[in-house]
Design a protein around this ligand. Structure first.
Ligand code: ARG
Ligand code: ZN
Length: 475
């Protein structure tokens, strides 16, 4: 899920006209090649475009309107960022008065948006602005709920106490528990353990190094059949979405440690799994700032760090929903694949001879199964098949006792955001089934999902991955 800036709402009337024109053009667009957009079929929420950050080219926005997030360079491992008294508010967002009030809030108090759907937005407010923000919404008569009343308390209690974690560990030759969120060394240690313990089916390779020099480890799980189709899974491209690496490693555990229990069509897939696509950011969220999203590229001006890796892939790079401001949460980088983490994925796919039929990228939060395109409100020619698989999976996930997931093309269901890895998988690599899965929850805890939900979340994600495997095997 991404943060958005609402400042552009000040030009709401003007931009709405542009939106209408764009939709008319889109509807009349020819359906020539895969890269050429086809008619959007999902609900077009024209308001969402209004709040997207400006595209790179021809942007007339002043620099700091582009979704900035100030970074205090004095924070360090010794002084982690504290969010005492910071709150998450869910604000009604279904008419223009309310949208303007939210825009006002963001403009005046630099409030971050955590999530957005047709009826409400989740806004994250630091303690010093809360009283004034409350007044603003009350004066504008905009209803809202305080969803998290002290973010630091949520952070302090999302993992079980260290003694409990310690008890669960060291029983199985590795340190993973799926009852707690783990540091990178535990996750990487687990991959090495699997490769050592199950050398007939598991191997680990580093596909490159992060900007701070951490390895990007991919686990391959395969029975070696030459005819196997391949599935790519990545997690943790956004650092603070801790449930993503936790879920992806759980799926790995099922595929390897419980191999005989898995259906044949699952055993006959070559799985390539990158559990932590942004290892520097992940460690930074453990040591310094729990809410960090990007990688840790130092910026040229020295004031802000990080590129949003899910805006750095080279298909329609730098268009809507991506920022050119280094301080922005959605900074797309200096060019497509400017970052070693995204470039490593590109190089891996270019080298690999595997027959990739699916590309699954796990994020949080919101409970969505999203398919391309993300760069705009268009869908690819085979969108009905992507939609059908998504819906069938969502039904199975729900039936198993899991959460409810909404299914749709990400540019329309959420908001346009260009440079995502899913779009690149489909548009450039030509992989048929590309999805971004926004895991739990739907907003009660946001990015700070308590560790006691790891297993239930992972089980529904596993059902999704298996449905993908079944579909590419049997149709
Ligand atoms: N929350 C994800 C993000 O903002 C959604 C990505 C969906 N895919 C896309 N290409 N926009 O990165
Ligand atoms: Zn994300």
């Amino acid at each position: 899920m991404l943060p958005l800036i609402l400042s552009a709402d000040y030009r709401a009337v003007k931009v709405n006209v542009i939106v209408l024109i764009c939709i008319v053009i889109a509807v009349n667009a020819p359906l020539s090649s895969q890269a050429s957009p086809t008619t959007p079929t999902a609900d077009v929420q024209s308001d969402v475009l209004v709040i997207s950050p400006q595209p790179f080219e021809n942007s007339t926005e002043p620099e700091l309107l582009d979704n900035p997030r100030d970074e205090d360079e004095s924070v360090s491992t010794d002084h982690p960022v504290k969010y005492t008294g910071a709150q998450l508010w869910r604000i009604s967002y279904d008419d223009q008065v309310r949208k303007n009030a939210v825009a006002d809030l963001q403009h005046k108090f630099n409030v971050a948006m955590w999530n957005l759907n047709g009826t409400s937005v989740d806004m994250f407010l630091k303690k010093p602005v809360i009283a004034d923000a409350r007044k603003l919404l009350e004066n504008a008569k905009v209803p809202f709920d305080v969803v998290i009343d002290d973010l630091q308390h949520a952070i302090d209690t999302e993992n079980p106490p260290p003694e409990v974690i310690e008890q669960l560990q060291n029983r199985k030759g590795h340190r993973m528990t799926w009852s707690a969120y783990h540091r990178l060394s535990d996750i990487h240690g687990y991959l090495e353990y699997l490769a050592n313990t199950y050398p007939e089916i598991c191997s680990v390779q580093s596909i490159g190094n992060s900007i701070e020099g951490r390895p990007l480890l991919v686990l391959r799980i395969s029975n070696g059949n030459a005819k196997n189709k391949a599935v790519w899974i990545d997690g943790g491209i956004h650092a603070r979405e801790w449930i993503s690496p936790a879920t992806v490693t759980y799926i790995i555990d099922q595929l390897v440690e419980y191999r005989e229990d898995q259906p044949k069509y699952v055993q006959d897939i070559d799985w390539y799994i990158l559990p932590v696509a942004n290892p520097d950011g992940y460690e930074y969220t453990h040591l310094v700032d729990r809410l960090w999203r990007k990688n840790r590229r130092p910026s040229v001006n020295g004031r802000c760090h990080g590129v949003d890796l899910n805006r750095n892939f080279g298909y329609h790079w730098g268009e809507q929903g991506a920022s050119r401001q280094p301080c922005a949460e959605t900074f797309a980088g200096m060019s497509a694949f400017s970052e070693p983490e995204s470039l490593a994925q590109k190089n891996f796919f270019e080298r690999s001879g595997a027959d990739f039929q699916a590309f699954l990228s796990f994020h949080s939060y919101g409970q969505y199964i999203l398919y391309p395109w993300g760069y705009d409100r268009f869908v690819p020619p085979d969108h009905k098949e992507l939609d059908r698989l998504g819906r069938e999976a969502a039904v199975l996930m729900k039936k198993s006792g899991g959460a409810s997931y909404s299914v749709g093309p990400s540019g329309s269901l959420l908001y346009p955001a260009s440079g995502g890895s899913d779009d690149w998988g489909k548009g450039t690599l030509g992989i048929k089934y590309c999805y971004t899965i926004e895991l739990r929850d739907s907003g009660r805890t946001g990015f700070i999902l308590p560790a006691n939900q790891i297993i239930s979340t992972s089980k529904e994600a596993q059902i999704f991955a298996y449905k993908v495997a079944e579909t590419i095997t049997h149709g």
